[in-house]
Design a protein around this ligand. Structure first.
Ligand code: GLP
Length: 242
């Protein structure tokens, strides 16, 4: 695992955007893994700016998102599909239908999750996966106790994750869905390059476990210690316990 401590979120975004820009220059039809949450927002802003200057194109690229709340209606502003479209996908030149995400409104959730895994495989797998990390050490929505071999499936959100995400739901934890669909740790580990971003002191303990702790399902992100090409980008506060 490559751990890089940088001055601030803008520098993290620049390094992550460099990795994506270089990948697309080498492989214009690359498959990207996109994350929601606040951590990658500066990356998407940087890529949008570069796209505006003609420095990067997503016209041939495809992308898969990590996770989705179960049951939020199609027009809900915090549905992850709505969020990623708003924050990134519609601001650059992805082709229609080039970006897919787990379907939190599927009638048959197991079949829908299996079809999602198959779609990722049919695309040739993910070349570069952007990740954040939760304060409980989750990646995507793989909460503590998740199997390292897991694939896309339904999960129950922990109380802490729902509290962490209440800020997106008028500060009201009761509005945060109780369940989600999430790529599994096995799905994420199959990506060829993983770039995880973490900023702020609230991530310091999870980052400490990620980098220095034993590999344990209690801190799901620690499985990345076994990934052949994982890059961890930190600001000084997130690195504060290393
Ligand atoms: C969220 C998402 C994750 C995200 C993490 C951290 O709940 N499901 O994909 O990486 O928790 O979020 P943030 O970047 O907003 O701190």
């Amino acid at each position: 695992m490559e751990v890089v401590i940088l001055d601030d979120a803008r520098d993290l975004a620049s390094v992550a955007a460099d990795a994506i820009t270089a990948l697309l220059a080498r492989k214009p039809d690359a498959v990207l893994g996109l994350a929601t949450g606040s951590s990658p927002l500066a990356v998407y802003d940087e890529l949008t700016a570069r796209h505006g200057r003609g420095e990067v194109s997503f016209a041939q690229a495809r992308a898969f998102t990590l996770d989705e709340y179960v049951g939020l209606p199609a027009g809900h502003p915090e549905r992850y599909r709505t969020v990623i479209d708003r924050d990134f996908v519609t601001r650059v030149d992805f082709a229609p239908d080039a970006v897919r995400g787990p379907d939190g409104l599927a009638d048959d959730i197991p079949a829908s999750c299996a079809a999602y895994e198959q779609a990722i495989a049919d695309a040739g797998g993910v070349d570069l996966q952007i990740l954040g990390i939760g304060s409980v050490g989750h990646i995507a929505f793989n909460e503590p106790g998740s199997s390292f071999a897991s694939r896309t499936r339904i999960k129950t959100l922990t109380r802490q994750t729902r509290l962490d995400n209440a800020r997106f739901f008028d500060g009201d934890v009761d509005q945060v869905p109780t369940h989600c669909l999430t790529q599994g740790l096995g799905t994420i580990m199959a990506a060829r390059h993983v770039v995880l971003l973490a900023t702020g002191a609230s991530k310091a303990e999870a980052v400490h476990q990620l980098v220095e702790g034993p590999v344990s399902a209690l801190w799901p992100a620690t499985i990345l210690q076994h990934h052949p090409h994982a890059t961890v980008l930190l600001d000084p506060a997130a690195a504060g316990r290393l």
